[in-house]
Write a protein that binds this ligand. Structure first.
Ligand code: GDG
Length: 485
């Protein structure tokens, strides 16, 4: 879909035009040959209807380096306001502080976080730029939703610029425990930045608890259970587990074209083989290498062979300018080469490695074709792939093998849970999952599907907005649902 020609929405009295403003590192669109196209994802699906209903504005980086100013534009009923980044800022703010300091630190330091003082100032400068644009775009009394670890200083900056706004912050990745976060030389600045919000949301209760403990330790403010008092102002702190557009996946999974495609995939891979599937951004947090090593153990033990078992691994390239991502890519390619060399036979390989992004229709066909879904992250804020697999399994078959260290594991307890650091244990558990009787699969999958259906991306967005509006404005149903979790 191309960007349409609609004019800018009128500025509301005395301020910017947005009644509901999202501030995220990325715009919800990407450029294709045909123009702008909406990017898929839970956040965009959940928020889009609300943004379209209210006077919605999305502030974000349009991608690219030193791309110059892109003028704001309307697309899909939403006003997009691009923020530009210089090549140095992409290197220091995005690849540096966001993805080489915060990302590994917040994921249990499963890769060594790097602390470089020359990355901090660009992080501050870019956060300030996002805050200024949001301050300019927000109508008086508007709600502003700031997203993720790239922009943790924005709530505090925005509150100083526009105290009239309702400001929410949501972290998509885990928020680390005290011992880990304390390593960060700029820990107090980050905590104070977040405390500028009226609502600070996390994927899990654990993340919310870690935040309150850190605030109590490193700031003069005091918090307990769901709230912190900041000079008499109440900051609500709680979990809002994000989800998927359940009905979109359900609909795609019911489409005869998808079902036919899934049949073709099964036929191509070998109709009598058990198909295991992995779908991840190519990231060291996702435990892709651990999964392949567990598969190696299974084949080495000799109870399964390449003739009865296959792994399809879809790995979407990601952050490919960052050294650790270049390394993980090489590590995985080497592992795939070894296992295919050791156990492959003419016409049959154990691992089909697809290092690219697939269209969503094809991805859902893979979900339908797979007997087992392997989600083995070392740490993951939520993991939407786990939820999408369940949504696609309309006949209640299939087994979800899920790492204990994902946010999703807090909700999807009928999955087969694994510790991805325990390669032998994971291999044994995967073998058990392969042998799981159909009736047990159905019992588990039915309950998993019910769980995912009960809270979709739309419920997540409604609930966050209701809590942000405050008890006087929020829907009591949404608040009650939040309390019940
Ligand atoms: C962060 C947090 C949290 C993947 N391959 C293809 C494709 N995908 C889509 C999936 C899914 C999404 O990408 C990945 O979501 P995840 O949740 O697994 O992971 P992150 O990208 O790391 O996201 C995470 C999330 O934010 C939301 O808060 O859950 O913990 O790390 O939707 O379907 N989509 C298409 N082709 C692919 O090849 N079309």
């Amino acid at each position: 879909m191309c960007g349409d020609e609609n004019p800018a929405p009128p500025a509301l009295d005395g301020g910017g035009r947005g009644d509901l403003v999202v501030v995220a590192n990325r715009l919800p669109v990407h450029r294709t040959d045909g123009g702008w196209e909406t990017s898929p994802g839970g956040l965009v699906s959940g928020l889009l209807p609300l943004l379209q209903k209210r006077q919605g504005v999305w502030v974000g980086w349009g991608g690219g380096r030193a791309s110059g100013e892109i003028a704001p534009f309307r697309h899909d009923g939403l006003w997009n306001v691009p923020v530009s980044l210089s090549a140095d800022e992409v290197r220091d703010y995005y690849e540096g502080f966001a993805n080489s300091t915060l990302w590994p630190l917040y994921h249990d330091a499963c890769q060594q976080p790097q602390f470089h003082r020359q990355w901090w100032q660009p992080y501050v400068t870019v956060n300030e730029r996002f805050a200024e644009v949001a301050a300019r775009e927000a109508a008086p009394g508007a709600s502003v939703l700031v997203q993720d670890y790239h922009l943790q200083l924005v709530p505090g900056m925005l509150r100083r610029m526009r105290p009239d706004l309702r400001i929410g912050f949501f972290l998509h990745i885990p928020f680390p425990p005290v011992e880990l976060f304390s390593q960060l030389p700029w820990r107090q600045r980050i905590l104070e930045g977040l405390l500028g919000a009226d609502v600070v949301g996390f994927q899990t209760k654990q993340g919310a608890g870690n935040f309150i403990r850190l605030v109590n330790r490193y700031t003069p403010h005091r918090g307990a259970s769901h709230s912190i008092s900041v000079y008499g102002r109440r900051v609500e702190v709680r979990e809002f587990p994000i989800s998927i557009d359940y009905w979109k996946i359900d609909q795609l999974a019911a489409d005869p074209a998808t079902i036919e495609r899934a049949r073709e995939i099964r036929a191509e891979l070998g109709p009598n083989r058990t198909i295991m599937l992995g779908v991840d951004r190519l990231d060291y947090t996702k435990g892709i290498d651990h999964r392949i090593r567990a598969f190696h153990e299974i084949l080495a033990a000799g109870r399964h062979t390449v003739r009865d078992l296959v792994l399809v691994q879809v790995s979407v390239p990601s952050r490919d300018q960052v050294d650790e991502y270049i390394e993980i890519r090489e590590r995985i390619e080497t592992l795939v080469g070894h296992i295919n060399g050791e156990f492959g036979e003419v016409g049959q390989v154990p691992v089909h490695y697809l290092p690219r992004s697939l269209p969503i229709e094809k991805l859902v066909a893979y979900y339908l074709a797979a007997d087992l879904m392997l989600v083995t992250s070392l740490r993951d804020g939520m993991n939407l792939v786990a939820k999408e697999y369940c949504a696609a399994r309309r006949d209640d078959t299939g087994v979800l093998v899920l790492s204990e260290f994902t946010g999703a594991a807090h909700e999807l307890q009928r999955a087969v849970l694994v510790n991805p650091h325990d390669i032998d244990g994971m291999a044994v558990t995967i073998e058990r999952a392969i042998a799981m009787p159909r009736d047990e699969q159905a019992r588990r999958m039915r309950s998993l599907r019910q769980r995912v259906r009960k809270r979709t991306a739309y419920d997540w967005a409604d609930e966050f907005i209701a809590v942000l509006a405050g008890p006087a404005h929020g829907s009591s149903a949404a608040l009650a649902a939040g309390d019940a979790r």
